[in-house]
Design a protein around this ligand. Sequence first.
Ligand SMILES: CC(C)(COP(=O)(O)OP(=O)(O)OC[C@H]1O[C@@H](n2cnc3c(N)ncnc32)[C@H](O)[C@@H]1OP(=O)(O)O)[C@@H](O)C(=O)NCCC(=O)NCCS
Length: 292
Amino acid sequence: MTDWEKRPHFHLLVCRRKTCTRDPCESDMNHDHSLTSSSSPFSFFENCPGDGHLLPAGHIHVWRAIVDVPLTRLQVYQATLSPDEQERAQRFKGSQHRRRFTAARGILRHILARYLRQSPRDIHFESGPFGKPLLQDPAGPSLHFNLSHSRQWAVYAVSRDLEVGIDLEEDRDSLDYAGLAERICSPEEFTVFQTLSQTEQRAAFFRCWTRKEAFVKALGHGFSFPLQNVTVSFTPDDPPRILNPRLNVSGEGSPPEDWSLFNLPLGEGFWGALAVAGRPSLVRGWAYRLEE
Ligand SMILES: CC(C)(COP(=O)(O)OP(=O)(O)OC[C@H]1O[C@@H](n2cnc3c(N)ncnc32)[C@H](O)[C@@H]1OP(=O)(O)O)[C@@H](O)C(=O)NCCC(=O)NCCS
């Protein structure tokens, strides 16, 4: 059983730097102060309350789910997928990938359905210019969302008004993280990376990678956006921050204050980050349960 499975609920923190007090329940959670310059009070949520489908403007909800689900549940999810999604599922060569994709999309539909108050199968998606799934809504997107999956896990971010990007990565021993860092880091980042010890470099790489990927997913560009064009914090003492979000190759971009970054406390073996285009007043996180 993994660290995540042992934990009944997913915890996410929002803290005010000046007033943050660590919660004892959170001591094993790879804590970084989540909100770097917000005026939000410290908040900590364990259970999804009955009103968990209420999503006021300025709030972000994050869900994590296990996508290896029993067959009966998988059939429920499969029945909610569009013909396109079912066809895409069929294109996966391995049955495990097919099942995980089906569950991840089915769970996405069930999560969004809570907020939209409609049936999961009645949700229609379209794709942004670089493939980001969006809600098909002639009146403009009624919800912003994004998802990431790795192995048996998926994470989802949902917001009423702020664009979001989320990334989840498995920590892999075999990864040449020092070599990859050279390719994904901006010059400023790589200078800092080289000053770190070998042990620190590994964690720094995964922080850097997930924060950048969450950012490019919030932008909707994915990897078509050069990762070296954004500079993020990644040393253990530095809270998650976007330091320089250059949005084009000539270095122009929005100011860093327009963005927020959060660590996802996912437990051992996984790294995760959430990027928000704006300053959310609250970020809450829950485990998605089969019966929800
Ligand atoms: C998005 C991307 C960064 C995800 O990389 P990854 O680490 O393999 O996968 P993750 O699990 O973190 O995320 C995958 C999810 O991101 C979402 N996604 C896809 N494209 C996205 C984009 N451009 N921006 C944000 N999210 C995107 C999807 O929901 C996808 O899951 P699903 O299709 O199974 O539902 C990468 O696939 C990418 O760069 N895609 C865009 C490529 C591109 O330029 N396409 C142009 C033609 S469409």
